[in-house]
Each structure stands twice: as structure tokens, then as C-alpha cells.
Design a protein around this ligand. Structure first.
Ligand SMILES: [Zn+2]
Ligand SMILES: [Zn+2]
Length: 565
């Protein structure tokens, strides 16, 4: 029986191109997980989209002197192109301007309002007299009242992860003109989050699948006392608030972005035979929803989204798992566009193929603690793991079969105890990888994949079939029969992580179809004897540039991309 699985990734802001730190926990992790679930034969739908409303894009558009929608169109098109180049495959990667989304958000919030969970309140907001506008969220920056971080945004402190209100900021300044704002009164509509404290606590306590970071953070968050959350904003680019008397207000971007998971599923099934099929993913209790996010997004997925779903009165499925990554740092620092710290999605591909980055990011995925990027660490992982272990094992095996066996997989003989043991170990590893991936433990799964190649290499080194072939050809043939089974297992198990290279292995093995259309259990099915394979080319190349040279290459690429616009 197939399991229905909805995989989602946090919606990237369209104001900037995502950097590797944005990518690692959300878009890329979701893709790896969804690819794995597809191989397992599950009924997978993967959705996300561009978050184009709200203050980040409006602030950026004002800075660039274009309209928010112009900027959003350009950036959305660019992001779609980048996702393809990175091999990140969504069933629906939409945007918050799509009519299905806007309609759904209005209807959902009207229902929440009718159910009595939305109230109005006069509030004090920061106002910039120079720009003549209210300054919600990212329109204002200042010092975090909790941790003292200097560049906290009006809605959240990037350093400590706490949610903020603009008026809480110490020494606030307008993000557009830098002026010191004044406090003014305005009216807003609020979601009565505290009413869901008990239900959310029960959900969090019951859901043992949540990783420790998401679970602990969320339980503490509820314990500190939930506060009502504003659902409206005084900005123009967004979804008009559907409440009586709320003319001129738009929906707070966080509310609509999390509801976008539902609307993107609805939109995806609109063109299908059964447009109502989206409900199978959101209401059928056997279906599972997985959310891939960075840790700054935890409360929105473990608390605010579940509460918004409960508030509708419909029996929505609450998140089955929320896989939240810690930070990926760059040479020990947090990525920052203004400080030019970090590497961005488009820049990375100018330097190395997507699989190199996908491998590095998943092999060092910050699951339980922060990880760090430096050229030294990157080079070490690519050279030692991907090239010397994985690539080398595949290449030497397939090359030997071409030179010694005329490109035909040696027919299987009754295998000796060593060879049987080595196949048994492969079976265990493939099973371990599946268990790890099911639990969203991608980083350990990648380590297990590499360990298959490592075992394969050790086996060849110990058996020395290149010597054996001169004295006992049948024995050498057995060893290569086993080694090719390792290669085939590597093609299947690595397909979610390095999809382009896995496809190359599959094609070189001369197997039908695409590796991505196979079933997971195919990993352990032996290749038929006398099966003819193709000639291998090296899958990867060793990086021999030093740190300084790599940094120079990055700067050159950055300049080139800036000139190309
Ligand atoms: Zn802080
Ligand atoms: Zn201003």
C-alpha cells in the first residue's frame, strides 16, 4: 500500500537569490527526501513557491527603483532556472501571487475570523516621517532586546531566532532611509494564538518524530506563553485582508506563506483528473506531511501553522515531521548579503557542478549542530569522499570489466564466503540508508552511502583481482560480479543526493530507463551475467586549486555575474 507523502520546503523570499545556507535545510533537503520517497514507490507530491509578498521584496524594490511585481517576476523566473540547474524538482513550485493561493488564504482566514479567533487591536507601530509610511517587519532594523544582536529585523532576530515586534527593537532605524522612526497608533487584526496553547502542547508532546531541536524549541516557546500574532500589515503588495473594516490592510506574509503549503497542493491538482485529490494529502489520516526548513522557521511550522489549521475547524493533518537544520556558517560567520559573506546558488555553479555542492551540503548537513563551509573543508570532502572513494571505486570497477572482460559483467558463480559476506554487508547498508532517510537523517545517510564505496574499495584492495586474473580467472570474475552489484547499489542509493552522477552510472551500466524511475529495491538486484556495459568516464575531478585560488575564482565569478546582470 502506497503512502501519500507531501514534501514541502520553506518558501524562499524572492527579494534575494538564496545562498547555500538558505538552500541546505529547505529546498535541497526537501528534494533529496522527495527523491528518496519516489524511489520507494510512495505517492509523493512536493510543493513550495516563491514568497513574493511582504516587506523584504518591497524594501528591495524601493531600493532598486522598480515595482515589487516587476522585481518578483524577474526573480521568480531566475529562481526556477536555478532550481532546474541544481536538480531540485518540485511538482509545483508556485508563487504567492497565484490566484488559487490568494483565494485560499482569503477563504481560510475568513473561516478563522468567523470561528472567533481573530480580533482587532489598536497598536503602536513605528512610522518613518521621512518615507511617510509605517515600518512593519523588515522595514526597520535595530538591536535585539533579548540577545543584543545589532542588526535584528523588525519581525525576528536572526541571531537568537526570537520573534519580535518592531517596537521592541532598541535604537530602531528605517531600513529604507536610515531615519529614526516615531511611534504612531494604527489598528490591526490579530490571530488569537494563546487559545491554542493546550492543543499545540499536546501535539508537540505526542509527536516524537520531530527532531530534538524543533521539539525543544517549540515546547519552550509555548511554555514562555503564546502571544496573539498580527495577521495584517500596513503595506501595499500582498493579499488584501478579508475582514470587515480592514480596507487598505494586507495579510501578514508569514500567515500566508505557511498557508501556501495547502494552496500549492490545491493548485497542483487543479489540472488533474480529480481536482479534489489535494484533500487526500491534507485530511486523510494515513497521509504524511514533511516540512524542510532552517531553524529560524521552527515556530511558524510547529506552532503557527498547526494553530491556523486547527482554527479553521476542519480536520487538517498537522505536520508529521518538521526537519529543521541548524546554521551553515561560512568560515565561522553567518552568511550576510550586505557583508558579502557566503556563496549564492548561482555563483556556486560557476565553480563546480551541482552534484559537488549537493554532495557537500548533504554530507555536512547541520542536523544537530552548526556546520561550517571553508574551501579547505569543501576540497577535503570532494576529494576524499566523492572523488577518491566513490568515483574511484565506480571507475576502477567498470574500467576493469571493460579491459578484462570485454565490457561484459562476469556471469555469477557460486560465491565464496568472503563474497557472500560482502554482499550481506551491502544489504545491511542499503537498509540503513533507507531507515536514516525515512527519519530525515540525511547527513548520516550520506555517510553510509560513502561507506558502501569504501567497503567496495577495501574489498578490491584485499582481493587484488588484477593479480588474480592471471592465475584464477573465475575467481577474479566473481569479485567483479560482486563489485558491479556494489556499483549498481551506489547508483540507486546516491540518486537522491547526486542525481546527475547517479544517472551517468546508470547509463554506463547500460540499464534501461532513468535511475530516478527505478524502485529502491532495485539497488540489491544483481546485474545479469554477460550483460554488456558502456565505457566509463571519470565521474568527478579532483580539486587541485588551493584556498586562495578558489576564493579568487569565486570573486571572478561574482564579478562576471554582476556584469551580466
Ligand atoms: Zn536576538
Ligand atoms: Zn524612512
Amino acid at each position: 500500500m502506497k503512502v501519500r507523502i507531501l514534501v514541502t520546503s520553506a518558501w524562499p523570499y524572492l527579494s534575494v537569490t538564496p545562498h547555500l545556507g538558505n538552500l541546505v535545510g529547505s529546498l535541497l533537503s526537501a528534494d533529496v527526501f522527495a527523491r528518496f520517497c519516489r524511489l520507494r514507490g510512495e505517492d509523493v507530491v512536493m510543493v513550495s513557491g516563491s514568497d513574493e509578498h511582504g516587506t523584504p521584496i518591497e524594501v528591495e524594490a524601493i531600493r532598486l527603483g522598480v515595482s515589487p511585481s516587476e522585481l518578483a517576476n524577474t526573480n521568480h523566473a531566475r529562481l526556477l532556472e536555478l532550481l532546474e540547474k541544481w536538480g531540485i524538482v518540485f511538482d509545483n513550485f508556485t508563487r504567492t501571487e497565484n490566484p488559487t493561493h490568494k483565494q485560499f488564504v482569503k477563504e481560510h482566514l475568513t473561516k478563522v475570523y468567523d470561528n472567533g479567533y481573530i480580533f482587532t487591536q489598536e497598536t503602536e507601530m513605528l512610522y518613518c516621517q521621512e518615507c511617510r509610511r509605517f515600518l512593519p517587519d523588515r522595514f526597520v532594523e535595530g538591536k535585539c532586546p533579548y540577545c543584543g544582536y545589532e542588526r535584528a529585523r523588525g519581525d525576528q532576530c536572526e541571531a537568537c531566532g526570537r520573534l519580535l515586534e518592531t517596537t521592541l527593537l532598541v535604537d530602531p532605524h528605517c531600513a529604507i532611509c536610515g531615519d529614526k522612526p516615531v511611534v504612531r497608533k494604527t489598528k490591526h487584526w490579530y490571530f488569537d494564538l494563546p487559545k491554542f496553547s493546550d492543543q499545540i502542547t499536546a501535539y508537540l508532546e505526542k509527536n516524537k518524530r520531530l527532531p530534538a531541536n524543533a521539539r525543544n524549541f517549540s515546547l519552550n516557546f509555548v511554555k514562555e506563553g503564546l502571544k496573539p500574532r498580527a495577521v495584517t500589515r500596513d503595506i501595499s503588495y500582498g493579499i488584501p485582508a478579508p475582514f470587515p473594516g480592514a480596507e487598505g490592510k494586507t495579510i501578514y506574509v508569514w500567515v500566508e506563506a505557511v498557508l501556501g503549503y495547502v494552496s500549492a497542493t490545491i493548485e497542483y491538482f487543479k489540472d488533474h483528473e480529480n481536482p479534489e485529490a489535494w484533500k487526500d494529502y491534507w485530511f486523510d489520516k494515513k497521509a504524511r506531511t514533511f516540512y524542510f526548513i532552517g531553524k529560524d522557521n521552527i515556530p511558524f511550522h510547529t506552532i503557527i501553522l498547526p494553530a491556523l489549521l486547527l482554527a479553521s475547524g476542519y480536520d487538517y493533518n498537522l505536520p508529521w515531521n518538521v526537519s529543521a537544520t541548524e546554521w551553515l556558517q561560512f568560515k565561522g560567520e553567518k552568511a550576510s548579503k550586505s557583508q558579502k559573506v557566503g556563496i549564492w546558488m548561482h555563483e556556486a555553479l560557476e565553480l563546480f557542478p551541482a552534484d559537488y555542492w549537493r554532495y557537500f551540503l548533504m554530507a555536512t548537513r547541520p542536523e544537530t549542530k552548526d556546520s561550517n563551509f571553508s574551501w579547505e573543508i569543501f576540497t577535503e570532502r570532494i576529494n576524499a569522499d566523492l572523488n577518491d572513494t566513490f568515483g574511484n571505486f565506480v571507475h576502477r570497477t567498470l574500467t576493469f570489466i571493460n579491459t578484462q572482460f570485454g565490457g561484459e559483467i562476469p556471469a555469477p558463480q557460486p560465491l565464496d564466503a568472503d563474497s557472500q559476506a560482502i554482499l550481506k554487508s551491502l544489504e545491511e547498508k542499503v537498509e540503513t540508508i533507507a531507515k536514516q532517510l525515512e527519519n530525515c537523517e540525511i547527513q548520516p545517510a550520506v555517510a553510509t552511502i560513502i561507506s558502501i564505496a569504501r567497503t567496495g574499495n577495501q574489498y578490491l584492495n584485499e582481493k587484488e583481482p588484477w593479480k588474480l586474473i592471471k592465475t584464477d580467472r573465475a575467481k577474479a570474475a566473481d569479485i567483479f560480479n560482486v563489485a558491479t552489484q556494489y556499483v549498481k547499489a551506489l547508483a540507486i542509493t546516491s540518486a537522491p543526493v547526486i542525481p546527475f552522477s547517479a544517472e551517468v552510472i546508470w547509463k554506463t551500466l547500460n540499464l534501461p530507463g532513468s535511475v530516478h524511475k527505478q524502485e529502491w529495491k532495485e539497488a540489491l538486484k544483481p546485474l545479469p551475467g554477460n550483460h554488456k556495459i558502456g565505457k566509463p568516464k571519470p565521474l568527478f575531478h579532483k580539486i587541485d586549486a588551493n584556498e586562495k585560488e578558489l576564493e579568487e575564482k569565486l570573486q571572478e565569478a561574482r564579478k562576471r555575474l554582476a556584469q551580466a546582470g
